[in-house]
Design a protein around this ligand. Structure first.
Ligand SMILES: Nc1ncnc2c1ncn2[C@@H]1O[C@H](COP(=O)(O)OP(=O)(O)OP(=O)(O)O)[C@@H](O)[C@H]1O
Ligand SMILES: [Mg+2]
Length: 255
């Protein structure tokens, strides 16, 4: 483990209460993070929650706080067109373990980690292919999912801080299982992974901590108690029970 807690130091919190009514503090998960911080208990942590519940806001800020670019990419890279940090990334600080402090304090190129953001990963993959420290394979000649796994496998090879935002977007069921194996091995090898996901498959990675974000704020939840898992179970057991509310009768004789 490298990072044990994320928090906003008292002095940095907006003193003016009205600021707390502005984004991102209007997002309940961010408000709770600002008030209490967020502890990391396991090397692998998943953030799960509805669309708009604040997963990307939080993982981007974590990536920025560690020194990873929120556009996606590896630690220690110098960004030609560096963007300003996000509002939460500006304020967030990380408590690190001894190992984490050593890595963050070390030379820029020794700082390992990667922020994998599904939305921007593809443009970025093309830009950096063949550069030192990146993969050599031509991902433009691969399918979406093949390219993605190539990147994951080549970048995720060493202890570091790995932040992912919905990495399942491009992946088939089998490829998701390969990602579970990769994430599990990373966690065991001294790396740390924080991953936002809508995938019950990924969230089932053995030993992972699951944080459910939503209107309630932040809560740790066991995998089989997640709303996400409950809904997928019900849907797969009986799609009709959902579909009849969405498209009316699903009985062909009624159309
Ligand atoms: N730059 C921004 N300015 C203002 N509001 C924003 C900004 N970015 C995101 N939001 C809002 O913050 C909330 C949380 O967004 P976020 O992208 O973190 O959700 P998410 O949990 O990642 O959702 P999804 O599952 O759809 O990816 C949403 O209501 C969103 O509209
Ligand atoms: Mg998101």
């Amino acid at each position: 483990m490298l990072v044990s807690r994320a928090y906003i130091p008292d002095g940095l919190l907006p003193a003016d209460d009205r600021q707390r009514w502005r984004w991102p503090f209007t997002v309940p998960a961010v408000a709770e993070l600002a008030d209490r911080g967020l502890e990391f208990d396991q090397p692998v942590t998943f953030l799960v929650g509805e669309n708009g519940s604040g997963k990307s806001t939080v993982v981007e800020a974590l990536a920025e706080a560690y020194g990873l670019d929120a556009q996606g990419g590896r630690a220690g890279r110098k960004y030609g067109n560096a963007r300003p940090k996000t509002p939460l990334g500006e304020l967030l600080r990380l408590e690190t373990t001894v190992e984490g402090a050593r890595m963050r304090g070390g030379a820029r190129l020794k700082r390992k980690g990667y922020f994998l953001r599904a939305e921007t990963a593809f443009g970025f993959m093309e830009q950096v292919r063949g550069l030192p420290g990146y993969w050599q394979e031509d991902t433009s000649r691969m399918s979406h999912g093949e390219g993605f796994l190539t990147v994951l496998q080549s970048m995720f090879g060493e202890p570091g801080f790995y932040v992912m935002d919905e990495p399942e977007a491009a992946l088939s069921f089998d490829s998701c299982l390969r990602l579970v194996a990769l994430v599990y091995e990373l966690g065991r090898s001294g790396a740390q992974v924080v991953c936002a996901t809508h995938s019950p498959l990924l969230a089932a990675t053995p030993g992972a901590d699951i944080i459910e974000v939503g209107d309630h704020g932040i809560r740790r939840t066991a995998w089989d108690k997640l709303a996400l898992v409950d809904r997928w179970r019900r849907y797969l057991n009986a799609p009709d029970s959902y579909l009849r509310h969405i498209v009316g009768s699903t009985d062909p004789s009624q159309t």
